[in-house]
Design a protein around this ligand. Structure first.
Ligand code: ADP
Ligand code: MG
Length: 283
């Protein structure tokens, strides 16, 4: 290829703002001249590298905008640690049809069982799939709504929170909800109802929501919206954080073996370690 042609291509790439293609142009031309790649492969390489760069940039910006800062992925989730969890069900959710159908996904389970991990991982999948996502905890969400209400901008705040196609609300039930908080959350849930998807995580059963929100009327109205078009994923397993400290896990939070072994002869005290499910024992 003549120098003037490569120079012209270089100027085009600058004009088109294609820095990555510009970067690999010389190398690609050399490969072409050595007959290592075909002309079509050269075009493909230039465009492919550029789009990969842009896509990575788009995803990083969208994750930041959506407050998905502590990134977790489905690849990083060890399904063998949670035998009660149907892997295929999670992989189906990762297809994002629930987002497009504007459904609500609930992850329920004990602290450390992977609720936030799965919620974030599905959020990351949604961002990769081009959907808009916003992540928050219930406490932060309510605090932001309460602040907006005080400042007379509740309407704008609600509109902002209705924009993302997927809203993730983490940690329902951990912290007491401030007075009036349930009502504010209800306004948001009602505004998003059938208009946008949500993922909610909670360590408390739905029957306890009256207590969580300190208001049974609001809890009933919330659940009415949030359980219509909903997928409930109950994680029965124990804390992943405590997996190396099986002795600390209360019996109620242990993973029950799917085929429980025949009951051992009655003995006093703690069962011998060898009888615990493999993944709950000290490594
Ligand atoms: P929860 O939100 O249910 O309290 P998290 O999702 O925050 O629990 O999980 C606690 C920690 O353990 C996180 O660092 C998470 O990435 C990790 N974790 C939980 N379950 C798994 C798992 N099955 N495979 C890999 N990491 C896990
Ligand atoms: Mg969590």
């Amino acid at each position: 290829m003549s120098v003037s042609t490569t120079d012209r291509i270089r100027r085009h790439l600058v004009g088109l703002k294609m820095p990555r293609a510009l970067e690999i142009l010389d190398h690609t031309v050399r490969q072409l001249e050595r007959g290592e790649i075909s002309p079509l492969e050269a075009v493909d390489a230039l465009l492919g590298e550029e789009i990969t760069l842009r896509e990575g940039r788009r995803v990083r910006a969208a994750l930041k905008m959506g407050r998905l800062l502590n990134i977790k992925t489905l690849d990083g989730f060890d399904f063998s640690f949670q035998p009660s969890l149907d892997r295929n069900r999670i992989l189906t959710l990762a297809q994002l049809e629930f987002v497009d159908r504007r459904e609500v996904v609930h992850f329920l389970g004990q602290p450390g069982c992977g609720k936030t991990h799965l919620a974030v991982a599905l959020g990351v999948e949604a961002v990769r799939g081009g959907r808009s996502v916003y992540f928050t905890t219930l406490a932060d969400l309510i605090a932001s709504l309460a602040k907006a209400e005080r400042e007379g901008s509740l309407r704008e705040r609600l509109r902002f929170l209705c924009r993302p196609q997927l809203l993730i609300v983490d940690e329902i039930g951990y912290l007491p909800v401030i007075p009036g908080g349930g009502n504010l959350f209800f306004q948001l849930v009602n505004a998003r109802y059938e208009r946008g998807a949500m993922i909610l995580t909670s360590n408390r059963g739905f029957a306890e929501w009256g207590e969580v929100f300190n208001d049974t009327v609001v809890a009933t109205a919330l659940l009415d919206r949030l359980l219509h078009h909903a997928v409930v994923v109950q994680i029965e397993g124990a804390s992943y954080r405590l997996r190396r400290h099986a002795d600390l896990i209360p019996d109620t939070a242990r993973v029950r073996p799917i085929n429980p072994p025949a009951p051992a002869p009655k003995r006093r005290g703690r069962p011998p370690k060898a009888r615990l499910p493999e993944h709950a024992t000290v490594a």
